[in-house]
Write a protein that binds this ligand. Sequence first.
Ligand SMILES: C[S@@+](CC[C@H](N)C(=O)[O-])C[C@H]1O[C@@H](n2cnc3c(N)ncnc32)[C@H](O)[C@@H]1O
Length: 234
Amino acid sequence: MYLGGNLSGVVGASIARVTFMDASTEELRAAHDVLSEFYAEYLAGALDRMPEDRAVLGLFCDLVLGADIGASVGDIGCGTGRLDPFLAARGLAPRGVDLSPEMIRVARRDQPGFEYEVADLRELPFPDASLAGIVCWYSLMYLAPSDRPAAFAELARVVKPGGYLVTAFKAGDSSLRRGGRTAGLGVEFDIYWLSPHEMERRVNDAGFATVFWGGIPPEKEGTSTQGYLISRKA
Ligand SMILES: C[S@@+](CC[C@H](N)C(=O)[O-])C[C@H]1O[C@@H](n2cnc3c(N)ncnc32)[C@H](O)[C@@H]1O
């Protein structure tokens, strides 16, 4: 469905925020609608096999709880919602948003204990300073350079002072690539493997101070470094 302009539209039972529904965003949304069941299968139990991801997310959980500003966190670009049972088991109360209505349908089906909503991270459905933290797990890699300052400012808007942002991302030279092809489902979209330096600068420019960063080297040629960054809002 295409909805142009600064509108809100109903997608299934969800209120979709569609201010940014340009051709690139529409391609991204449509691709992730197609990818939703693939992700549900391919990533099922993946966190159990990824100690580094669990360690970084676990550190984020401990930092958020240690800040004593509540447990409410946003899972921004939540996909199938696969991270939310882990976050909840570590004491947080996650709510998910995703651009793709099909991802949200799958998240609601597979993670019935949590709330999910269709929304664009560039226009989040959360009041100012309402969350103790946000998780952006491989969801900031699709932002065009011109969108990044406002998008990171929007992330900062919803986080309480002293709250945390954690992001995982494919790290590279920040150049534009086409993603999605390896799934073999006939979809593709723009993606950027952001340099860790740029990711840190964007986050810092939005008002977050770096707390932790890390990375995992590429598994084989052609794959990316995995970057991790935790930062705290001043
Ligand atoms: C690689 S998937 C990761 C999903 C989930 N975070 C996980 O780790 O399983 C990226 C997700 O980000 C979502 N996404 C991309 N751009 C978005 C945007 N501007 N607003 C909201 N969600 C977005 C996509 O629809 C997709 O579900």
